[in-house]
Design a protein around this ligand. Structure first.
Ligand SMILES: O=C(O)C[C@H]1C=CC(=O)O1
Length: 92
């Protein structure tokens, strides 16, 4: 199942820079692991915003929820999820 996910990152200004850097490093490793295993096939920066649009390819709502909850930046993000269905005009 495919899901379009928008993540808006809102790190509090009073979070110490070294703590924020450590969380971002863990986030990058977590994200790249999921990209390598195929469950996070797309991640795109939203131009001019600390936000991304991503596509996840997972088996269920529950699996997606687990993955999103595991994001090190999860406490500092607003997340919107849009489930995707095949378009009848799609050729691929
Ligand atoms: O920078 C972001 O958009 C937030 C987050 C999502 C993956 C990642 O490495 O960072």
């Amino acid at each position: 199942m495919l899901y379009l996910v928008r993540m808006d990152v809102k790190i509090p200004h009073d979070l110490p820079a070294d703590v924020a850097a450590e969380i971002k490093a863990r986030e990058k490793a977590y994200s790249q692991q999921l990209q390598h295993d195929g469950r996070w096939p797309h991640i795109w920066r939203v131009v001019g915003e600390y936000a991304n649009y991503s596509v996840f390819d997972v088996a269920s709502n529950d699996e997606l929820h687990e993955l999103l909850q595991g994001l090190p930046l999860f406490p500092y993000m607003d997340i919107q999820v849009t489930p995707l269905a095949r378009h009848p005009s799609a050729i691929a």
